[in-house]
Design a protein. Structure first.
Length: 193
């Protein structure tokens, strides 16, 4: 009986720390600004990083990653980052971190939530039907990540809540990779209201 309480308390504590850190990070207005991105990185350094040790199953290495989805009841579109909740998934691990990040983000964009996650209040802003994909991921020698998206139906823009939630989820996913020092998103204007 005590085990669920301890696990629940741990999850609540993590979500609280992550929400505060990501709230501070959402003060960034210019997505392409290295200075702003570095500020967000400082604020999120205190959050728990994903375990970097790959798991092996059936000859394939897997890495446990966190995807972030939104719980409207926790935030009601006031701050966006306060409503972000992590869910764990596994992706094929690669010696190339760019491939791992691309696979992670494309998995997030598919928007597949379990019945339990849906019942728990999580929602997705994007699904596989929306045809949004990460087409290119590059990391330079300074740890600056450049993400290029394809969004032919303009599903990443719209109202401020929709775009803000998507960007908060994206930020949270990116910062779990310790190799990243700052990031920018292309094309310009994506994830904007």
């Amino acid at each position: 009986m005590k085990k669920p309480v301890v696990i629940g308390a741990t999850i609540i504590a993590f979500v609280g720390v992550a929400a505060v850190s990501f709230w501070a990070g959402m003060q960034v207005v210019d997505q392409g600004s290295e200075k702003a991105a570095e500020s967000v990185q400082e604020n999120t350094d205190k959050t728990e990083k994903t375990e970097d040790t790959p798991l092996e199953r059936d000859g394939i290495r897997y890495r446990t990653i966190k995807l972030y989805y939104y719980d409207y009841e926790k935030d009601k579109c006031n701050d966006y980052a306060k409503g972000i909740v992590p869910v764990e998934r596994k992706v094929a691990d690669s010696d190339d971190i760019e491939t791992t990040i691309k696979d992670t983000l494309n998995l997030w964009l598919q928007g597949e939530l379990t019945a339990e996650e849906n019942e728990g209040g999580l929602s997705r802003e994007i699904s596989s039907d929306d045809d949004v994909k990460v087409t290119d991921v590059t990391i330079d020698e300074k740890g600056i990540l450049t993400l290029t998206f394809s969004d032919p139906q303009h599903k990443t823009s719209g109202g401020s809540c929709h775009a803000g939630v998507l960007y908060a989820e994206l930020e949270a996913i990116v910062w779990q990779f310790t190799e990243i020092k700052s990031f920018r998103v292309l094309p310009l204007g994506i994830f904007e209201a």
